[in-house]
Design a protein around this ligand. Sequence first.
Ligand SMILES: Cc1cc2nc3c(=O)[nH]c(=O)nc-3n(C[C@H](O)[C@H](O)[C@H](O)COP(=O)(O)OP(=O)(O)OC[C@H]3O[C@@H](n4cnc5c(N)ncnc54)[C@H](O)[C@@H]3O)c2cc1C
Length: 463
Amino acid sequence: MDINPSRSHLWRTGPGGRGPVVYWMSRDQRVRDNWALLHAFALSVAHRVPLRVVFCLADGFLGAGLRHYAFMLTGLGEVAAGCAARGIRFELLRGDPGEKVAEYCREVDARAVVTDFDPLRVKQEWMRRVVAAVDADLYETDAHNVVPCRVASHKREYGARTLRPRIGRLLPEYLEDFPEVPEHPFAERGPGLELDVSTLLAGRGADSGVPLVTDILPGEQAAGAALREFIEMRLPGYAQGRNDPNAGMVSGLSPYFHFGQLAPQRAVLSVMAARQEVGGENVDAFVEEAVVRRELSDNFCLYCPDYDRFEGLPDWGKRTLAAHAGDRREYTYDRETFARGLTHSGLWNAAQAQLRETGRMHGYMRMYWAKKILEWSPDPRQALETAVWLNDRYALDGRDPNGYVGVLWSVGGLHDRPWTERPVYGQVRYMNERGCRRKFDVEAYIRTWLPPDGPSAGPAPRS
Ligand SMILES: Cc1cc2nc3c(=O)[nH]c(=O)nc-3n(C[C@H](O)[C@H](O)[C@H](O)COP(=O)(O)OP(=O)(O)OC[C@H]3O[C@@H](n4cnc5c(N)ncnc54)[C@H](O)[C@@H]3O)c2cc1C
């Protein structure tokens, strides 16, 4: 099994023990199409030892609630079964991953450790602690980006225009098909771990105000089916239709990407294979979003540890927002009012209702939604905190580099340029409801998400 070694970063070397190779699964929660698992598999075969896959369930991960745990744990149930079918033991640990994974690796006398790449502070911090505590080779393998994030660039990129050519040059090397994960030659037999998802969820207590999401199935198989459905039904109109929140032409794949139940590389390979039938402009538009834009978010979070804070904004964005922090706001709301969708704007409340009820919101509405939080918050720092909090709490794909970048783009001009100066926004790009009305049928959108007799109908929208 040949794995391009530049997908992996060797964090430390050590003699290692006599036990299995451990793959500490974290961001990429799937068996197939997973470079980190493939790398760990190849290492374990080379060392003639079994492979263990461990996942550590952290409590209260970045504001995740039952909605997110339910989606994730159901997917992990499928991972456990997929591992067992190949003679690979899957273990679920609970607690602080920085401590528990290190303990586990010592206990089983790990020969070597592999984990998947995640640029978020919390994972990098856990990893540093495991690196310090385990005396074995420890690799971090990028299973999330087509072009590994550390290879694509060694620094924070200015924007899509500087990352795009780098990715374009490297794509032919990295956009290769995945080998299958065969039965392990040093299999560990015995009953596979069956995840009792309902008991695990019951142990997490109630999560008021954030209903479970039932209209999107979790797991690798469901992700594959969603990808096939997108390619067949919506990809042919993607380039034209993706900016209309009523058209439903987007892929809807972000929850699967976020929980690692679908490899973005698999999605890109499948979309590219359909070029003849669906038309080049649709394929190119998808690759721009799923590769360039998505990988730009990982680049930003890796090289800017303030990725979710005011300090992470570009200098011009910080300057212009600070200069307008004292401007009079026509409306101001606290985060509970935003959360309940009780602003004066029917359109905004409808977007928030969609997010609260379904865990999703159309990408165009996400921009509008976050910009209005800037406009209607007492100051830009609070706006940023509110938008991050709402996105992480309600969005199924929240707590993701794309979310932090999306919020900083909307509120503070990250990866954007200065525009004409105006109150509150300063030189940050402005959006208003009139612009939405030019793009799509706003009334239809409001009717869909705020039925007139619904609980959060709020006051009539202003045009
Ligand atoms: C305020 C705000 C918050 C956001 N929060 C999140 C979030 O929490 N999680 C998240 O995954 N995305 C987030 N985005 C980015 C984008 O809106 C979503 O990725 C997209 O709406 C997901 O729907 P889809 O899978 O149908 O996208 P599609 O249009 O089908 O795009 C395919 C894939 O490309 C990637 N992509 C699309 N648009 C962007 C973008 N602007 N930036 C980076 N990658 C992109 C995503 O991985 C997406 O799944 C946010 C954007 C904004 C403005």
